[in-house]
Design a protein around this ligand. Structure first.
Ligand SMILES: Cc1ncc(COP(=O)(O)O)c(C=O)c1O
Length: 425
C-alpha cells in the first residue's frame, strides 16, 4: 500500500480473519443465480395485516411519523413491546427504562456487547455461532472463549436436540474475568431449542460467577413439534442478569426491515441506550410505528391459532419436513431442526461421488457449497465460518439450508436434487 494510504488502513478493532461468508455467497448467488437456500429470509410476502399496517402509517396525516422519534425507542413501539413481553416474563417491563430499540437483532447484539464489554473481559460463545458474536466481542476489546456443541449420535436418527455441550467443559470456561455468555435459542445454524434443564445449568453458572446472559431469541416464535421456547429471563433470579434480543424481521417475516430490540433490567439497558444514542441517536420512526401496530394486533390474539406467531411456526414446521425428506433422498444426512429458519445436513457421504478439485478453498464445506451452487444450481451455506479459527474443521461435514421458502420453491429444489441424484448413479 502506498505511504499516504497506510494511515487509513482498517482500524485494528475491525480486523477479523477471512472474508464475510454473507458477502461472498451473495456475490456467488448473483453470479450463478442458483435456487437460494443459503440466505435466511422468506421468499414469500408478509401477512396482509403487516402490509395494511405499512399502508396505514404511510397514509397517516400525522407528520410526526416522518420525523425523529425518541432515541432509545419510539413510544408506541416500546409500549407494545412492554405489553407483549411482560405477559411472558411475569413482571411489568418498564417501556422506557427496560427496553431499547435497534436496527435489527444484529444491532441489538452490537448494543448489548458494546454496552457491557470492556477491555480484558471474557465472553463465552457456543460454536457454531451466529458470526457477529465473536467479532463484536473483539471490537469491544473483549476476548471470546469458545465451547463447541457435540453431536451425540442416536440410533433412531438425529435431531438438533442431539447437539449438546459438555457441562464440565462449560464450567471450566467461567472465571472471574467472565463478563457475559451468549446463548441463542432457537439456534442458528443448528436449529437447536435449549431445554429447561440446559438453560438452568447455564443460569446457575451465571449466578455463581456474576455473569450476564445475552440471550439471542430472534427465532422465539418458531419452535417445532412439541418443543417449547423458554426465555432465559424467566428462570429464577435471571431477570436482573439477562439481556434478551428480539427481531421484527424474524417475527413478521420482513427481514429487510432491520428492526429489533433488547429488553432487560434498567441498570444494563441504560448502558445500551447510551450506545444507541451515540451511534444513531434514534431509529426509523415509520417502521417502529408499523411494528407497534403489528404487535398490538398480535397482542389481541396471543397464543390463538389466528396469531401469525403461531401460524408461521406451523407453516415452517411443514416446510422443514419437506426439506428433511428431499435432503435425505438426495443422499445428505439432515439433522431435524427443532426451531428457527435452518437445517444442517451432513454431506460427507456424497464426497466420493463428486469431484471438488476445481474449488480451491481451504475448507471442504466451502468447496462443496461452491461446487453445488455452480453444478447443481442450489446454494447452501458452509458451516466453518460459524466456528472460531482453530475449530473450523469441526464444521466441514455440514452445510446449512434455509427452509423458509414457498412450497413451490422447495418442490423445485426437490426436483433439481432428484435429477442430480440420477446423474450421479
Ligand atoms: C441468531 C441470529 N441473531 C440475530 C440475527 C439478526 O437479526 P436481524 O435480521 O433482525 O438483524 C439473525 C439473523 O439472521 C440471527 O440468525
Amino acid at each position: 500500500m502506498c505511504e499516504f494510504k497506510k494511515k487509513f488502513s482498517l482500524p485494528s478493532r475491525y480486523e477479523f480473519e477471512g472474508k464475510s461468508v454473507w458477502v461472498e455467497y451473495h456475490e456467488l448467488a448473483t453470479k450463478y443465480n442458483p435456487i437460494n437456500l443459503g440466505h435466511g429470509f422468506p421468499n414469500f410476502p408478509p401477512p396482509q395485516y403487516v402490509k395494511d399496517a405499512l399502508m396505514e402509517v404511510a397514509s397517516s396525516p400525522d407528520n410526526s411519523l416522518n420525523q425523529y422519534t425518541r432515541g432509545p425507542g419510539h413510544p408506541r413501539l416500546v409500549q407494545a413491546l412492554s405489553k407483549l413481553y411482560s405477559s411472558f416474563i411475569g413482571r411489568e417491563i418498564n417501556p422506557y427504562t427496560e427496553i431499547v430499540v435497534s436496527m435489527g437483532g444484529y444491532q441489538a447484539l452490537f448494543l448489548s456487547i458494546m454496552g457491557i464489554i470492556d477491555k480484558g473481559d471474557e465472553v463465552i460463545i457456543m460454536e457454531p455461532y451466529f458470526d457477529c458474536y465473536a467479532d463484536n466481542v473483539k471490537s469491544a476489546g473483549g476476548t471470546p472463549r469458545f465451547i463447541s456443541f457435540k453431536l451425540k449420535e442416536n440410533i433412531n436418527g438425529v435431531t438438533s436436540d442431539d447437539w449438546v455441550l459438555d457441562r464440565g467443559e462449560l464450567e471450566e470456561l467461567f472465571n472471574p474475568k467472565t463478563k457475559a455468555i451468549i446463548i441463542n435459542s432457537p439456534q442458528n445454524p443448528l436449529g437447536k431449542v435449549f431445554t429447561l434443564d440446559e438453560l438452568t445449568h447455564i443460569a446457575d453458572l451465571c449466578k455463581k460467577w456474576n455473569v450476564v446472559c445475552i440471550s439471542d431469541e430472534v427465532y422465539e416464535w418458531l419452535v417445532y413439534d412439541s418443543r417449547k421456547h423458554t426465555r432465559m429471563a424467566t428462570l429464577p433470579d435471571m431477570w436482573q442478569r439477562t439481556l434478551t434480543i428480539g427481531s421484527a424481521g424474524k417475527s413478521f417475516g420482513v427481514t429487510g426491515w432491520k428492526l429489533g430490540w433488547v429488553y432487560g433490567p434498567d441498570y444494563l439497558i441504560k448502558n445500551l441506550q447510551r450506545v444507541v444514542v451515540t451511534c444513531i441517536r434514534a431509529g426509523n420512526t415509520f417502521l417502529q410505528e408499523t411494528a407497534a401496530i403489528c404487535i398490538e394486533k398480535e397482542l389481541s390474539r396471543l397464543g390463538q391459532k389466528e396469531s401469525y406467531f403461531v401460524s408461521l411456526g406451523k407453516e415452517l414446521e411443514a416446510k422443514r419436513n419437506v426439506m428433511f425428506k428431499f435432503l435425505t433422498e438426495a443422499g445428505f444426512k439432515p439433522i431435524l431442526s427443532g426451531g428457527g429458519y435452518f437445517m444442517l445436513a451432513d454431506w460427507s457421504s456424497l464426497e466420493n461421488l463428486i469431484d471438488l478439485s476445481e474449488e480451491k478453498d481451504k475448507y471442504k464445506d466451502h468447496r462443496f457449497t461452491k461446487w453445488m451452487t455452480k453444478n447443481v444450481g442450489v446454494q447452501a451455506i458452509p458451516i466453518n465460518p460459524f466456528y472460531s479459527k482453530d475449530h473450523k474443521h469441526l464444521g466441514e461435514n455440514f452445510v446449512r439450508f434455509c427452509f423458509v421458502k414457498t412450497d413451490s420453491y422447495l418442490e423445485q429444489t426437490a426436483q433439481v436434487f432428484k435429477t442430480w441424484k440420477l446423474q450421479l448413479q
